[in-house]
Design a protein around this ligand. Structure first.
Ligand SMILES: *Cc1c(COP(=O)(O)O)cnc(C)c1O
Length: 449
């Protein structure tokens, strides 16, 4: 098959897949999973025809997918892919650009600069900020923490690039006990040591209690959260950042999904978040762009550019080139799908999507309360944290819902006991889908009581 026919065939298969998504089980059945064994072959000596490879991928692979690009996936905070972002991604694949710098790709360089500016405008963050498009909030948080540490050490007269950490003044990290595991991972990978983190006590909503905030000083990195993974709550930014400013500490905000509420009618819940020094957010969650789509945003553009610099004699570029703002050197132009999503939605469309999910979460919470569930959070955002009458029932209901294939959501532990977590963040999720979820959970509660 020639290239043209092969790509047309891939698109044809992709469209058949998308057409069937609404009918597909949300989590694949055992048969589809068992069929994946067909992939377990030795590296072939001689390859196969491209169309056979594609056919095998589709026939064995597609049935074993999780329908997270569909309307009834409520797990993690996954999000689907907006058609405009998927379409842009297809074109960008044909371009095959290395989006390191202007010299590698003028179009990627320009579009990602626009996308970065738009993201700051949509989220109400300072417009001179540097925006690096990384693979994940994990990688972007790591990049921001590198920038923070380097600046805090420089303020102590320490040359981090030259002298590293050996004998360096100690940087204190203050974060909530409820901080996301990937924030802890970034800190661990960077050598902060899990035993040396200072945990700020949290209130009943999982947010840092300003009254019990550990002491901050000019060697402190304070990490706050916009969107706690279980409750969707926000730290009290205005109050906490004012304390940090006074102490000359660096404030980083993990806003992997919750920062997008800045573009909604609930923006007031994040008042003061724009006063932080750096932020992380994902495109692949609430903005509904394809995976590997996240942003490291840093108020002091030079701080991120210096920490992430990768200029070489054969590859020097401006400070604001992407290779100087992220961990990656060669990278795909992942910011273009973000540009496409924002160009298509505009402020109004973005606000409507975020507002809808927040409203759907409130409605789902009320349905579930009426069905006799305990809703454990205040439902200020798109997360609904739920428990049945007993731990056993909570677990049994979640397992039955997963096994039904009609929906999918995952378990969590809240305040030491099992719960489950429902996230509303797919552009495809209509009110009817939320009603179907509510009806299923009502039925399962009756059956398993
Ligand atoms: C998902 C998530 C992360 C990690 O994001 P990745 O893009 O998956 O690396 C970090 N923090 C919070 C609050 C999240 O929800």
């Amino acid at each position: 098959m020639n290239e043209r026919n092969l790509l047309a065939e891939a698109d044809r298969r992709a469209l058949v897949y998308l057409d069937g998504l609404a009918m597909q089980r949300v989590f694949p059945d055992d048969k589809a999973i068992a069929a994946l064994a067909a992939f377990e072959q030795a590296l072939p000596e001689d390859g196969s025809d491209a169309d056979q490879v594609l056919c095998q991928l589709d026939e064995i692979g597609s049935p074993a997918t999780v329908a997270s690009n569909a309307a009834r996936y409520f797990g993690f905070v996954i999000g689907a892919t907006l058609p405009v972002a998927a379409a842009a991604e297809r074109l960008v694949l044909a371009w095959d650009q290395c989006a390191s710098s202007f010299d590698n790709s003028p179009v990627a360089d320009r579009l990602e600069k626009v996308a970065g500016r738009w993201v700051c405008q949509a989220l109400g963050l300072p417009d001179q900020s540097a925006v690096g498009f990384g693979t994940s909030a994990t990688a972007c948080t790591l990049a921001c923490i590198c920038a923070a540490r380097r600046v805090l050490l420089a303020r102590q007269g320490w040359d981090f690039d030259g002298d590293g950490l050996l004998g360096a003044p100690q940087i204190r990290v203050v974060l909530a006990e409820t901080a996301h595991i990937t924030v802890k991972k970034a800190l661990r990978v960077l050598g902060f040591g899990m035993n040396h983190l200072h945990y700020a006590p949290v209130d009943q909503y999982g947010c840092i209690d300003p009254a019990r905030l550990p002491e901050l000083d000019e060697r402190t990195l304070l990490i706050l959260q916009a969107g706690e993974v279980n409750t969707g709550e926000f730290d009290r930014f205005a109050e906490l950042i004012a304390i940090a400013r006074e102490a000359n500490a660096w404030v980083h905000v993990d806003g992997a999904f919750g920062l997008w509420a800045r573009a909604s009618s609930s923006a007031h819940l994040l008042e003061g978040v724009e006063l932080a020094d750096s932020w992380t957010t994902d495109g692949h969650k609430w903005l509904n762009t394809p995976y590997d789509s996240a942003m490291a945003i840093c108020r002091d553009a030079d701080a991120l550019a210096a920490a992430m610099n990768s200029d070489a004699a054969y590859a020097s570029a401006s400070k604001d080139a992407q290779k100087n703002l992220t961990l990656e050197f060669s990278r795909r132009a992942r910011g273009i799908a973000i540009w496409a999503a924002l160009a298509h939605l505009g402020r109004t469309g973005l606000k409507a999507m975020i507002d809808r999910h927040i409203r759907q979460a409130e409605e789902l919470a009320s349905t579930l309360r009426n069905a006799g569930y305990q809703v454990l959070n205040r439902v200020v955002l798109n997360q609904v944290l739920v428990r049945g009458d007993t731990d056993e029932q909570t677990i049994a209901i979640r397992q039955a819902a997963q096994a039904s294939g009609e929906v999918w959501f995952g378990p969590t532990v809240w305040q030491g006991r099992p719960a489950f977590r429902l996230s509303l963040c797919s552009w495809r999720t209509e009110d009817a889908d939320v009603e179907a979820l509510g009806a299923l959970l009502r039925r399962l509660k009756d059956e398993l009581s």
